[in-house]
Design a protein. Structure first.
Length: 495
């Protein structure tokens, strides 16, 4: 007789949805418990008046990871996710007054930036080639691989990486490496900014993380035709199609153990038995609240949390042609900004401002002639700062900065507004202190201390999502789900 395994998943963020699909395809009976009324976690959507906003991620790379997950889905579900490659990655407003559209094509990018800055084109080309080589070398082991299992790490195909670890420059910082490669501060700042893609500082994060730039600059930046939330909807619909059961508005308060094995979970005072538990929760939340009797591994006890964010969602009466889908207004003193975020633990008075306007690509997201601005600044994680003071003060600083760079008034154009800061991010998604990516990668060893995608202490417990290996961001969360699938199948293959 075929045994049907029961899997309980805690959380319907991207990792949770992806694991649900992967295990349901293997015939598991899958239930997803979510404290919120709907799926998506950080990858969510909010309507305000005539405006729709993606609440979290806005930059999409490696869309093929979503497409691969949906490859066996019926056409009406697959067609919910339509990624389009962007011609321009981002519009940059540099402190020296330069405004430039960064072309997606690597050749056009190096030509444009070489002309603008006087930096030798060959330097930029060499850098883009180098980050490509680094990615090809490291991604199979450090992103898509399960290096916490010795038998996987020491496979013959990985020896090349292990012998070339010194080439990853783990002991230089991103900024140190970039400032040795380039002489113009605008190019250094542009490549330094990729540290923020996992909530880290370019002045501390290892130069290995310069590979992040490869994804946008060589592989391409994408945007789904119907906005970022279409990723959540496509995965959710496919999971439903595969028979996954979603139990919303239901907080999981405890994981049940029998010795060193999971037997199920408790939600709303009811016990739901299962063979397997997959946690898509923030790893600190998991150990603190759901498994208080188990000591977390060392790397998941010490909190070196990543940065958080304040996001001002503005429904704007105008649709300025000067702004694109992605726009960045850099801080004049980037080092001071990161010093504030990670050392002083407060907001910087001249923050780097990121504006994402989905209605530039998804026209239905705002009425004709208007636009939906997602205005985000990096923030420290919540350690008790007075956000009631910092959030309005930062708002003033942002408006002053935008008005002086764009040359028109902002305040009188805002007709809808809501704001979230670190405490709301924690409340909405249970991410400890509102940190966006679990622990930061502000040291050479951070990658090795991320929690594996399986528990070494408890049989039947697996972990996916942005706070565990390989890290935060859409592609990495999807990679974590694929590793969970492989791990589960080692022990729980229906036969
Ligand atoms: C503002 C912002 C901007 C971002 N920008 C980008 C970007 O541009 N590009 C990119 O790739 N990534 C970006 N990210 C990161 C990306 O959104 C995340 O890494 C990813 O979506 C996290 O997915 P996850 O699987 O970890 O689950 P999460 O999204 O963290 O969701 C976890 C879910 O689990 C639920 N949950 C937790 N504990 C319990 C419990 N005990 N019981 C029931 N339910 C529970 C929560 O309610 C939540 O819905 C951004 C994130 C934010 C917040």
């Amino acid at each position: 007789m075929i045994q049907q395994y029961i899997t309980n998943i805690i959380g319907s963020g991207l990792g949770g949805l992806a694991v649900a699909i992967r295990l349901a395809r293997h015939g598991h009976k899958v239930r997803v418990f979510e404290k919120n009324p709907g799926p998506g976690g950080k990858l969510n959507s909010i309507d305000r008046g005539q405006y729709r906003f993606d609440t979290g991620p806005s930059l999409l790379t490696l869309p093929e990871l979503v497409e691969e997950l949906l490859s066996d889905a019926p056409e009406n579900i697959r067609s919910l996710f339509k990624p389009r490659k962007l011609d321009k990655i981002c519009k940059y407003y540099f402190p020296d007054g330069t405004v430039v559209d960064a072309p997606s094509d690597p050749e056009a990018f190096s030509r444009t930036f070489s002309c603008l800055t006087g930096e030798r084109k060959a330097n930029i080309d060499r850098y883009l080639k180098k980050v490509c080589e680094l990615y090809d070398l490291t991604a199979p082991v450090f992103i898509f691989g399960n290096f916490h299992r010795k038998e996987e790490l020491f496979q013959p195909k990985n020896l090349k990486v292990l012998f070339n670890l010194h080439r990853l420059n783990p002991f230089a910082t991103m900024h140190g490496y970039n400032s040795r490669r380039f002489s113009h501060r605008n190019i250094i700042q542009l490549f330094d900014r990729y540290a923020t893609y996992n909530g880290s500082s370019p002045y501390s994060a290892p130069a290995t993380l310069n590979v992040i730039a490869h994804l946008e600059h060589n592989k391409g930046a994408f945007f789904p035709e119907n906005g970022m939330f279409s990723i959540t909807m496509a995965l959710y619909e496919y999971a439903l199609h595969l028979g996954v059961e979603f139990i919303f508005n239901t907080y999981v308060s405890k994981i049940k153990l029998d010795g060193k094995k999971t037997t199920g979970l408790i939600a709303r005072d009811k016990e739901y038995g299962s063979d397997i538990i997959v946690s898509d929760c923030d790893v600190f939340h998991l150990y603190e609240y759901l498994l208080p009797e188990i000591k977390a591994p060392a790397g998941s006890r010490k909190k070196n949390l990543s940065s958080s964010a304040i996001i001002y969602y503005w429904g704007m009466k105008i649709d300025p042609p000067d702004l694109d889908l992605h726009n960045i207004f850099f801080a004049a003193d980037y080092r001071k900004e990161f010093n504030c975020l990670f050392k002083k633990m407060t907001m910087y008075s001249d923050p780097t401002v990121y504006i994402f306007i989905s209605s530039k690509a998804a026209r239905k997201d705002a009425p004709e002639g208007k636009s939906n601005w997602f205005v985000m600044v990096n923030a420290p994680y919540d350690n008790g700062q007075d956000w009631n003071e910092l959030i309005p003060q930062t708002r003033k600083n942002i408006i002053n900065k935008l008005e002086s760079r764009l040359g028109f008034s902002i305040q009188d154009k805002i007709e809808q507004e809501f704001i979230i800061g670190p405490p709301e991010i924690e409340k909405n998604t249970l991410s400890t202190a509102g940190a966006l990516y679990g622990n930061s990668s502000n040291s050479a060893s951070s990658a090795f201390y991320r929690h594996p995608n399986f528990s070494k202490k408890i049989k039947g417990l697996y972990l996916t999502g942005g706070s565990v290996h390989p890290g935060g961001g859409i592609p990495l969360c999807l990679a974590s789900a694929a590793i969970v699938e492989k791990e589960v199948l080692r022990e729980y293959k229906n036969s």
